[in-house]
Design a protein around this ligand. Structure first.
Ligand SMILES: CC(C)(COP(=O)(O)OP(=O)(O)OC[C@H]1O[C@@H](n2cnc3c(N)ncnc32)[C@H](O)[C@@H]1OP(=O)(O)O)[C@@H](O)C(=O)NCCC(=O)NCCS
Length: 287
């Protein structure tokens, strides 16, 4: 049985399940590590996953961590934050133990920041690949072709199937929620959807993701019309791509590399279909 009380330095703290009424304090916590999440972004995450928080005895929220169930075999972990004044005292590890207790035997994926890499390595996560966080104000509008079309409600089931193929597991509830909050584009070939991209409000502006496509060229066709509607807006795209035409394209519109993170996994890796790729992540927490 994991303990619910602990001493962090001289601070006596308690762990509790994350609740909707924690959101204002979670917002303050994420601002303290310069993350841009708004109350609405935390609310969306709480609809999609579960988490734990650590409070001190006068109710200040000093740490958080969440997990997201994809299906019975896979889950992700994210939103691990400790207040800067209370880092490196064991809060992150304590939260990770409680989260792991909930995840059970599922294989776990996460995206580690530089700060969390030592903790994740010590918890037996293995490095998979880089994740490149690009952001900036959209300054130079791309030319758009007419290849893509707006996503309609009738397309949602096929979009989820395509996402499953790209991820190697089903995360239907997450995609349903994202579809409800997003604008999106798709590409059809011989009547079949072969790629899609979603865009929703996030942080200082918008995030474009997931971007699921057969090629970088197709990803450009999907994302161009979205960026065309976002002139002078702040936009974020997280991608696995080290280089290539899609990376050149997003940089040319004004989205520069902000930070590099590390995708990690514990347990088995999912097996995506080989001809369909996750070019952009929904978010670092959701994959
Ligand atoms: C990552 C983070 C959540 C860890 O929380 P924490 O409460 O400091 O974690 P712990 O005290 O349990 O430390 C775990 C290990 O990480 C190390 N660590 C903690 N903060 C670190 C940092 N900023 N840089 C490098 N290592 C760090 C600790 O020394 C410890 O190692 P040890 O157990 O071998 O001594 C915290 O550093 C943080 O909020 N960072 C900013 C936000 C962030 O990047 N979150 C990660 C999201 S994936």
């Amino acid at each position: 049985m994991l303990s619910k009380d602990k001493l962090l330095n001289e601070y006596e703290v308690k762990i509790a399940k994350m609740q909707l009424n924690d959101i204002p304090k979670l917002h303050e916590l994420s601002l303290s590590v310069r993350w841009p999440h708004r109350d609405a972004d935390w609310a969306e995450l709480l609809k999609l996953g579960e988490g734990f928080v650590i409070h001190d005895l006068i109710g200040r929220l000093v740490s958080s961590m969440m997990w997201f169930s994809y299906d019975e075999n896979f889950a992700s972990v994210g939103m691990g934050i400790s207040s800067p004044r209370l880092q490196a005292l064991g809060a992150g590890r304590w939260l990770a133990e409680h989260v792991q207790n909930q995840i059970g035997n599922r294989n776990v994926l996460l995206v580690a920041t530089r700060d969390s890499l030592p903790l994740c390595l010590s918890l037996d996560f293995k490095v998979i690949q880089n994740v490149y966080h690009h952001n900036g104000y959209v300054k130079h509008l791309p030319s758009t072709s007419r290849c893509s079309e707006e996503i309609q409600v009738l397309d949602h089931d096929e979009i989820k199937q395509l996402d499953n193929a790209a991820m190697g597991f089903s995360r239907d509830e997450i995609i349903s929620q994202l579809l409800a909050n997003s604008q999106g584009r798709l590409i059809r070939h011989n009547g079949e959807i072969t790629g899609f991209a979603l865009c929703r409000k996030f942080g200082r502006g918008y995030v474009i993701g997931p971007i699921i496509a057969k090629s970088q060229e197709q990803a450009i066709e999907l994302v161009s019309p979205i960026l065309n509607n976002l002139k002078d807006e702040f936009v974020r795209i997280d991608t696995y791509l080290d280089s290539g035409v899609f990376k050149d394209f997003i940089k040319s519109t004004g989205l520069n590399l902000h930070e590099t993170a590390t995708k990690m996994a514990r347990g088995n890796l999912p097996i995506p279909k080989s001809d369909i790729h996750t070019i952009g992540l929904a978010s670092q927490a959701l994959g």
